[in-house]
Ligand binder design. Structure first.
Ligand code: FES
Ligand SMILES: [Fe+2]
Length: 371
């Protein structure tokens, strides 16, 4: 008799990881010489672009008395707080002027900083690096340096199209992420006549392998019950289409589909806004359908439909989560979710001890489920 498998209790936490880049705002919504509000990991930010178009992000709180800096005046270079007129350089946050000081007062205001965050524009988004918090009581100092560049979408040709989609979900980052990597909800949540029906559910087997900070669903031929892939196969005229899906901490899912010279690449993030709210941003780049006038719209329509179905589901789920139910993760369908929690724990452990992160997977794994 086979050994019985008991479901495992698993609760999520709302812990948000610092020391990573996060998407703050779509780049096309951020205009020069203007100020915008954004929230990442419960940190209020004021985001903008200087006169030259370079993006910046500051903590939306004046270091003098906490006035939100987004209420201030911005001339494309310095931001002036609306309360007492202190001025700050928007890139490094350094205080430039305190209007109330008299000539003989020698306060070293160049040592005062509004908290500033490394900021980059990449693939249609303004990314902000959220560094680990400094020791308590240290106040704001010169900005932290990001150890690496903001994540990029992998592209396989010089010409391509780019589009993004965004949805807010009223659940914690953990629920947002495990909802994104969960293969078993497909037949129930993502039904559409042009896609698939509940009756097309069948057994699947996928290979996974560890990669630094995450895991990969190894290159495979996409599921036969998905219409867009069938379409793609016709259009691309390639006998083999392969797709690779990666997840890496803290919140990044990348998918690459290649069919001959055609490719489609996406980088999806689930961003913790607050403890109980996250935002999903899907940015896709592709060279398929570039000459078909309705191609991008079609693609966007399909994606928008999917994201909306997920958003609606999580909105309903949030109702159930209000009462703090016990939750569980089962094998094999929830194994990626288990890996996510293990990766997160291993990452935190390595930060605590200063030792190298111990990856929860020791080699390739094959998972089976029905979807
Ligand atoms: S609160 Fe900003 S200048 Fe005083
Ligand atoms: Fe989904």
């Amino acid at each position: 008799m086979p050994e019985l498998d008991f479901p495992q209790r698993q609760s999520t936490d709302a812990l948000m990881l610092t020391g990573f880049w996060y998407r703050a705002l779509p780049a096309d919504r951020v205009h020069r010489n203007q100020l915008y509000k954004a929230t990442l990991l419960e940190i209020p930010l004021v985001v903008g672009r200087d006169r030259a178009g370079h993006p910046f992000a500051l903590r939306d709180s004046c270091p003098h008395r906490g006035m939100p800096l987004n209420c201030g005046k911005f001339d494309g270079e310095n931001l002036e707080c609306s309360y007492h007129g202190w001025q700050f350089d928007v890139h490094d946050g350094q205080c430039q002027l305190i209007p109330s000081l008299t000539h003989d007062q020698t306060l070293k205001f160049d040592r005062i900083y509004a908290g500033s965050y490394p900021c980059e524009e990449q693939d249609g988004f303004i990314w902000v690096y959220i560094a680990d918090p400094g020791p308590p009581g240290a106040g704001f100092a010169a900005p932290a340096e990001a150890p690496d560049a903001a994540p990029q979408i992998e592209k396989f040709s010089a010409k391509y199209k780019l589009a993004y989609l965004q949805a807010e979900m009223p659940v914690s980052i953990d629920h947002g992420i495990i909802g994104l990597m969960d293969p078993a909800h497909g037949p129930f949540v993502h039904q559409a006549w042009w896609w698939r029906s509940q009756h097309s559910i069948h057994e699947k087997q996928k290979n996974f392998e560890p990669i630094p900070g995450g895991f990969r669903m190894s290159a495979h031929t996409p599921s036969s019950n998905s219409a867009p892939y069938k379409l793609l196969r016709l259009y691309a005229d390639a006998d083999s289409i392969t797709t690779t899906i990666d997840f890496v901490l803290p919140n990044i899912r990348t998918e690459t589909i290649r069919a001959g010279k055609y490719w489609f690449s996406s980088l999806t993030t689930v961003t913790p806004v607050t403890r109980n709210q996250c935002r999903i941003d899907v940015v896709a780049a592709w060279n398929i359908f570039r000459w078909m006038p309705f191609g991008p719209e079609l693609l966007k329509f399909v994606f928008a439909k999917f994201v909306e179905q997920d958003r609606r589901t999580m909105e309903l789920q949030a109702e159930g989560l209000k009462h703090n139910p016990h939750l569980m993760l089962i094998d094999d369908a929830d194994r990626p979710a288990k890996w996510y929690f293990q990766l997160k724990a291993a990452h935190l452990e390595s930060k605590r001890t200063g030792r190298e992160m111990k990856h929860p997977m020791d080699g390739p794994v094959t998972l089976k489920w029905r979807s």
